[in-house]
Design a protein around this ligand. Structure first.
Ligand code: FMN
Ligand code: 173
Length: 389
């Protein structure tokens, strides 16, 4: 398992002999700017954008950067293994691709290309409910690659039930229920550009291919696309939902259920009480509540409540291998990454997404080794310090 990421390190290092430079930068923080140059302000504005004036997205980065790793020496790190067990599955590394909707705004091959990249690297792909490709086609594109389904919990029970049945039938093994998006937030960058892709039917493929959704329309989608879009907007999420409603999902999904968007320790307790299997500590990459707590600041408190009762995953702000190290040290078992892989897709399709996965894991492997750890189970609170810079 480890050899794979080390091979990539050597491949990149040995490029120095021939002067062959990689197609994309190995510092993934540069991808946003490159994607903007390539694709223009609309699509990148949507992906890069966040809630309000961007304070939560900035806080996510600051909370990771503020924490500094204190490396330890002379610990025999010559043999390393990045693999972890998450939700009952053995993964080659503590990483999955986060659910990102409307990927066709980044690249015409959209979700199938990203899913193939994940499968090729052995990393789980979490498909968004707001995918621009129907889930069956994404499943087919990725063969037997590990896939998890993200649910936007619709107002209409029949649509939710139908999504769960379809996801199960095409091989999705875990369900990620996103709780932080009962309404779409105030996102000035999109509002000012009037750029909301789903108003043009982008990201509605799972709905427009769903018998339960289509049954609610007066006319077929092609005869009145605007009415279909408005039906989607009106039902894709439900601000009236409360904790007892989770029972419906527990009854209709046999596999693991993970609640995405948990930030308060009491909500983690509720997740345990509701029979959930895990949580993603996340503020949706800063896209929902402006002024929200940084996800990395919320992580240790949620992890303390979870103990071994819940799987704790983390996202919001991961850009580098050392960010992954820090999330592990703060109590995450694995992380999800969103925007960086969307940019990789925009810049170079499947190969761009593979580049992002390989860079993150090659860098994680080196960060672990150079800090005195042979695997993702090593880092803990003792490895981090609050820095001044
Ligand atoms: C363009 C875009 C679309 C997203 N769509 C979804 C979605 O459909 N469902 C969901 O649960 N989260 C969605 N997210 C949030 C991601 O799953 C994830 O929480 C976030 O991107 C993590 O932060 P990062 O981008 O800093 O890695 C989206 C994020 C972006 C940037
Ligand atoms: O943009 C998002 O963050 C998101 O979650 C979403 C919601 C609805 C449709 C597409 C994406």
């Amino acid at each position: 398992m480890t050899k794979h990421w080390a091979d990539f390190q050597y491949e990149i290092y040995l490029n120095g002999m021939t002067g062959a430079v990689p197609r994309l930068p190995t510092d993934l923080t540069r991808l946003e700017e490159l994607t903007e140059q390539r694709l223009g302000p609309g699509p990148v504005g949507y992906v890069a954008g966040s809630a309000g004036s961007g304070s939560t997205a900035r806080a996510n980065r600051a909370a990771l950067e503020r924490r500094r790793i204190v490396p330890r020496m002379l610990r025999d790190v010559h043999e390393r293994d990045l693999s972890v067990e998450v939700l009952g599955r053995r993964l080659p590394a503590p990483l999955a691709l986060a659910p990102v909707g409307v990927l066709s705004i980044m690249h015409p091959e959209a979700e199938p290309a990203a899913a193939r990249a994940a499968a090729a690297q052995g990393v789980p792909f979490i498909l968004s409910s707001a995918s621009s490709t129907p889930m069956e086609q994404v499943a087919q594109a990725m063969g037997d690659g590990e896939r998890w389904f993200q649910l936007y919990w619709a107002k209409d029970r029949e649509v939710t039930k139908s999504f769960l049945d379809r996801a199960r039938a095409c091989g999705f093994t875990a369900l990620f229920v996103t709780l932080d998006t009962p309404l779409l937030a105030w996102r000035p960058r999109d509002l000012d550009q009037a750029y909301l892709p789903f108003l043009h039917g982008v990201g509605t493929a799972n709905y427009f291919s769903d018998p339960a959704f289509l049954a609610g329309l007066a006319k077929p989608v092609h005869e009145d696309p605007n009415a279909a879009v408005m039906h989607f907007v009106g039902m894709f999420a439900d601000p009236a939902k409360t904790w007892p409603d989770l029972e419906f999902l527990r009854e209709n999904w046999d596999g693991p259920i993970v609640l995405k968007g948990v930030l308060h320790p009491d909500d983690a307790r509720r997740a345990v009480d509701a029979g959930m299997d895990g949580v993603v500590v996340s503020n949706h990459g800063g896209r929902q509540v402006a002024g929200a707590v940084a996800a990395a600041d919320a992580l240790p408190k949620v992890a303390a409540v979870a103990g071994d009762r819940l799987t704790v995953l983390f996202d919001s702000g991961i850009r580098t291998g050392d960010d992954i190290f820090k999330a592990l040290a703060l109590g995450a078992e694995a992380v999800l990454v969103g925007r960086p892989y969307a940019y990789g897709l925009g810049l170079d399709g499947q190969a761009g997404v593979e580049h992002v996965i390989r860079c993150l894991l090659a860098e994680l492997d080196l960060t672990l080794a150079l800090s005195g750890h042979a695997g993702p189970g090593g880092p803990g609170a003792d490895d981090l310090e609050e820095g001044t810079a």
